[in-house]
Design a protein around this ligand. Structure first.
Ligand code: 2YH
Length: 281
């Protein structure tokens, strides 16, 4: 599992407005709009509820400890969306207690294994990997102007890829799975078999062959350079569309320039937005 570094997140807060505009150009929806789309929620109705929903972001010192700016960045994303969010004055147990004592609606916190949001009233738990896979699949759906009946390659069959694949199936896409560790793809196919369309899932064993034959890609691997530049420049007809929740990004800077508005990638923003919308449900 990738642990974010301060350098991964240091520019997020100051770029939120710009990122929001980029998302609008690429998908027709804002950060909030894409998160609402991921859960089939009406953005206008959600907007009315956001301001009065309070979220404490609790720093966690366990394991490898605090990531400088992590809680602050999560809070900045929540505030940008309009939530009544703050970084808790206290970390760990004291921070959780304080959130209950101050009657917060929800908390968000992360250790080395999980990043979760917990609605303190309904007891629902938003998991970052689940929310991230789901919201990037929703973003690809918007970029593709409907992903239904399209063939989508999901690269990386960890928790984020699994959630993206499940979301794509429920949107009516035809899903192909690919993982450097083949049994991971096979096991995921077994788990997804029960979902509508799950029996049609294809396993792609060779990543390079797979990459040259799919137009729609979810890049959910924890590796760099999974989609080579040549493939991106060769793949001109039809053009590739990529939603990339994997950290680090599997595409070079040059590859990003070629893809331009056909790539959606971030390290925290969409996942946090989706977690927050889930907590509101
Ligand atoms: O980055 C992480 C983990 N790899 C979980 C990611 C789940 N998708 N955790 C962040 C740790 C934050 C730290 N404890 C803090 O600053 O509170």
């Amino acid at each position: 599992m990738t642990r974010l570094k301060t350098s991964d997140i240091s520019n997020i807060s100051s770029r939120l407005q710009t990122y929001n505009r980029e998302l609008l150009i690429k998908t027709g929806r804002t950060l909030l709009g894409i998160a609402c789309h991921a859960y089939g929620k009406d953005e206008i109705r959600i907007k009315h509820r956001i301001k009065s929903f309070s979220i404490h972001v609790v720093p966690v010192t366990a394991g490898q400890g605090i990531i400088t700016d992590f809680s602050e960045t999560v809070t900045a994303i929540l505030q940008f969306l309009g939530f009544n969010a703050l970084v808790s004055d206290k970390p760990d147990t004291s921070g959780v207690a304080l959130a209950f004592e101050n009657k917060a609606d929800a908390i968000m916190m992360a250790d080395d294994h999980r990043f979760v949001g917990i609605n303190l009233k309904t007891r629902s738990v938003a998991d970052n990997s689940e929310a991230t896979g789901r919201v990037f699949a929703a973003a690809l759906d918007l970029m593709a102007k409907e992903i239904k009946d399209r063939e989508v390659l999901v690269l990386g069959c960890g928790p984020v890829g699994e959630s993206a694949a499940r979301t794509l199936l429920s949107s009516g896409a035809q899903v192909a799975l690919c993982d450097i560790y083949l049994p991971a793809a096979r096991l995921l196919k077994e788990r997804l078999c029960l979902y509508p369309g799950g029996n049609k899932i294809v396993i792609e064993e060779d990543v390079n062959i797979a990459l040259s034959s799919y137009r729609y890609i979810i890049e959910a691997t924890p590796s760099a350079d999974t989609i080579p530049d040549e493939l991106i420049s060769d793949h001109t007809q039809p053009l590739l569309l990529v939603a990339a929740p994997g950290v680090p990004l599997g595409i070079s800077n040059n590859g990003c320039k070629i893809l331009k508005d056909r790539l959606i990638y971030d390290k925290l923003e969409l996942g946090v937005a989706a977690m927050a919308i889930f907590l509101l449900l």
